[in-house]
Write a protein that binds this ligand. Sequence first.
Ligand code: SF4
Length: 198
Amino acid sequence: MQSLVLYAQLVADVDRFLDGAYRVIGAGMVCGPGCDACCQNALSLLPVEAYRLREGFEGLAPNVRQRVGELCRTIEQDGLPGPCPLLHEAKCLLYEFRPLVCRTHGFPLFSAEFAEEIGRPVDFCHLNFTEESGLETIPREAILNLDLLSRKLFVINRQFLAETGRADVAPDTRIDMTELFAEVVNDSVWRKRHNGEK
Ligand code: SF4
């Protein structure tokens, strides 16, 4: 599907940009293995990203898929807040397949909406940068334009919906990650474990 090719290109472009940004500002960043501060919520995804993540999920070992599915089912039933069900021992189970938002975690991001929400158009992780020393010390070329990225993803998602026969689906429809993975669970087995049913 052409939309998946375009999505892969967008992911590669973002990774390339962020590699460059890291070379410029990496010394000021604490991002790395063991930090899971950005993974404390289950995400909702546009269908094209949900599809790609689901492809990665199918490649996990059956027992891992079952564990993630059960966790998602529990989160759905009990309405528990995060962390992300793909987070395991402070690492992402689907790192190579992670959505775009996860790729941008920790980096300085520009959005016109931030100006209204936080009073400046650039947001950043406060573990990496501080209000006092942060914004002024971040070179412009290391700031990712989140609005532009969202627009590109939105267009690709529309194409994906059209190519999968769902052109009538609202283009901003999102899929909860918990919904995406909970369905792998065998209901009766899960109920027995979760509720102590015989
Ligand atoms: S998908 Fe991976 S990187 Fe994204 S929030 Fe979940 S665990 Fe973190």
